[in-house]
Write a protein that binds this ligand. Sequence first.
Ligand code: IPM
Ligand code: MN
Length: 354
Amino acid sequence: MELNIAVLPGDGIGPEVTNEAIKVLDIISKKFNHKVNLSEGLVGAIAIDKTGNPYPNETHKICEKSDAVLFGAIGDPKYDNDPTAKVRPEQGLLQMRKKLGLYANLRPTIVFESLIDNSPLKKDRIVDTDLIFVRELTGGIYFGERGRKDHGNSAYDTCEYNRNEVERIAQLGFEMALKRKGKLCCVDKANVLETSRLWRETVQNMESSYSNVEVTYEFVDAVAMRLIQWPSEYDVLVTSNLFGDILTDEASVISGSMGLMPSASIGSNNALYEPIHGSYPEAAGKNIANPLGSILSLAMMFEHSFSLEEESKIIKKAVDNSLKEKITTKDISGNNKPHTTTDVGNFISDYINS
Ligand code: IPM
Ligand code: MN
């Protein structure tokens, strides 16, 4: 099969972890006789430095032409404490999502047996946790009308959703639930917000088409609580852009290994894969960042963009093996013989090759 992949390493540790994922991509593609065409593009702070634009048109064209995008990370501390900055790296990410129509963000929380003691939660609470968020990604308060009034003394951000935007998220959620544990939770704030009432109504109307899925409706504040009390109770959770942003960060620490968590942003014509950790500037260039989030994002790419499940499974197995053999970076091993970013990538590549 021919795989056309755009590679956007981005900022901070993005380039280092993406390199290791590309290494794994090369090895697995040789093994299965796939032809890989890579095209690299600029995004984020590095794109601002070089072109003045966090998501240059040239990068957009590269992404549009590809079947899938492998993305590293975005962000630079020099923008964080400057609320007056007109151009910010994060705008690149938002533009990319909007322009490529990546409306659904899939963020799994998987607990790895060998890392269970790394979790801040008690072991009995997290065993068997295997949940996935489907976060709406191109609408809601992130993209609503915003501004200032009263000579700058009041500000507003508006949240708007239409039925179609909710339906396509819910449909993805229902379909995923059918292939998993058969449970779907609609996370909203329908006791207060009108947009949430539309979400709830829309999901309710779809229930009869998916009679094998058990649907629950929970308020976002309650989910924030139950997620750390009983994470293993959940299967698929669908929610709006902002709620999903917040809850997926919370969910990412459950497994005790945020550096491992992958994500996929799905659109009708394209999809983007990225580790959920950020640009982690303190670690940039030191060869200490954990490449597993990026490598597992590659596994998601094989599964979702190319329907190559065998390849995806082998990558995940190789990652599991590296954890069992304790070939891990400092975020997991602590000071107990930490391995470098490249060590981990090499170990996984060798395992796949053997
Ligand atoms: C994420 C990030 C982004 C978001 C930021 C960087 C704009 O936090 O991918 O979750 O809020 O969506
Ligand atoms: Mn976030």
